[in-house]
Write a protein that binds this ligand. Structure first.
Ligand code: LLP
Length: 439
């Protein structure tokens, strides 16, 4: 029987034991086999999301690049999958670059980002022949020019521009407004000077411009406004310096459903807005239409992933509330604590049962704020049972920590009734692996 709460993976269903299954795998059994917390990804759904993005753009233009933002979730297997699906990869640090290279991801299809890349990170990127580096400051520009020169290479670069657009999302994940630590602002000629400097740099090839206005964005209109701003900036630089914007990278940010009441736009609507706006705005500015890059992270992986927890305790404070305490928490999903993000929950062995109570789902960490869900309806939760939170595939594992000595969870891919570990669960020994003794 298929079973759908919107954020659950599409292959979810209820099996003959009455348990939640994903891609034909019983979630209760998976929890038993791999331990909890456990990240479970429907591999086909990630692949299908990649294909949806490609289709959405391919039906509208020949000149595009879908660049998966690996900060949403990165590991060797996922980088391999992204490469197999023909996407490019956004890495935001030497570490994410290392993971990509370990997966033999083609370096020419990698974009390096970051507002504080070290000399070593830039040097490593150039040495590994990373396709594009998105420059965020004049200091980075100068350092990169020097590094590329030292290595006898001409590095392709984009400039990250802060378009001054406010997207309607949480303040912490808004990046395109004027007061931002990211990119070159358009005020007072700062961005223009950066274009001039990049064009003049001996060892850099300025291919185009980049913007990223934020994350978990539901309204597409800010993307259109951003593109208008970028086109007019490109026109201005064309007139002044003869700059040709051959690539316009509009960043990521498409929102996803975390609960049944969220209704985000899809990749197709996003592509329509972006491709039409780029055509219209560059056309109006009298410029050739550039190749378009987008950098989806969350919308590729969020809904394909769920987390399974073991219920460890159920505690009712009479007249106040019931706390359902589970085997993970802020060490595997920091989003509720950081952004007030909302999730839903269900009991894997009774996924369709009507809620019998309202409860808070509490994490196991020594913090009162470690609450995964403040209030949700649950069907008679009991210790030992498996509680599932849907839509945890993005920024869950990637922001995981070892707080309170918690071992980071295993991550598995499920596909056609088979489960495979793509990141093994940390052992207690892993926790002390880097420690040195005093004597
Ligand atoms: N490109 C750039 C330059 C970015 O900074 C980001 C995300 C993306 C692409 C991907 O954005 P997405 O499509 O995933 O929205 N930890 C936060 C999200 C931080 C996003 C940071 N940058 C969260 O859990 O909501």
């Amino acid at each position: 029987m298929s079973f759908s709460i919107p954020p659950l993976p599409r292959s979810s269903g209820i099996n003959s034991s009455g348990n939640l299954e994903v891609a034909g795998c019983d979630v209760v059994e998976l929890a038993k086999e791999f331990g909890t917390p456990l990240f479970i990804y429907d591999e086909e759904q990630i692949r299908e999301s990649c294909r949806e993005y490609r289709r959405a753009f391919a039906t509208r233009t020949d000149h595009f690049d879908i660049v998966y933002a690996s900060k949403a979730f990165s590991c060797i297997a996922l980088c391999q999958l992204i490469g197999q699906e023909g996407l490019s990869l956004d890495v935001a640090s030497g570490g994410e670059l290392h993971t990509a290279l370990k997966a033999w991801f083609p370096p020419e299809n990698i974009y390096l980002h970051g507002n504080a890349n070290s000399y070593e990170e830039l040097e490593r990127a150039v040495r590994n022949e990373v396709g594009r580096i998105v420059i965020d400051s004049v200091d980075e520009l100068a350092a990169l020019d020097r590094i590329a020169g030292e290595q006898g290479r001409r590095q392709r670069v984009l400039l990250r521009i802060t378009p001054g657009i406010e997207a309607h999302t949480h303040d912490f994940i808004q990046t395109g407004k004027l007061d931002s630590k990211f990119g070159f602002c358009l005020a007072d000629g700062v961005a223009e000077e950066a274009v001039a400097a990049a064009m003049a740099a001996d060892n850099l090839e300025l291919e185009g411009l980049h913007s990223h206005i934020g994350s978990q964005i539901f309204s597409l209109e800010p993307f259109a406004r951003t593109i208008a701003v970028m086109a007019s900036f490109a026109a201005q630089c064309n007139k002044q310096y003869g700059f040709e914007c051959r690539l316009l990278d509009v960043g990521g940010g498409l929102g996803v459903a975390y609960t049944g009441s969220d209704e985000p736009a899809g990749a197709d609507e996003l592509a329509k807005t972006i491709v039409n706006s780029v055509r219209d705005e560059f056309g109006r500015a009298g410029l050739p239409v550039p190749r378009i890059a987008v950098e989806p992270g969350r919308s590729i992986v969020a809904n394909a992933g769920i987390t399974a927890y073991t219920i460890e305790a159920v505690k009712t404070i009479p007249g106040v509330k019931t706390y359902v305490a589970v085997s993970g928490g802020m060490s595997d999903n920091l989003r509720p604590m950081l952004y007030g993000a909302q999730y839903e929950a269900l009991i894997a062995s009774r996924p369709k049962a009507e809620p019998t109570m309202t409860a808070a789902v509490a994490g196991k960490h020594c913090e009162s704020g470690d609450i995964i869900i403040r209030e949700t309806g649950l069907a008679d939760p009991r210790p030992g049972e498996i509680l599932v939170t849907p839509s945890t595939g993005a920024y869950g594992y990637s922001m995981a920590s070892n707080y309170n000595g918690q071992r980071r969870p295993a991550v598995i891919f499920v596909k056609e009734k088979q489960a495979r570990v793509i990141i093994r669960r940390e052992s207690y020994e892993d926790l002390v692996h880097l420690h040195e003794r005093l004597e």
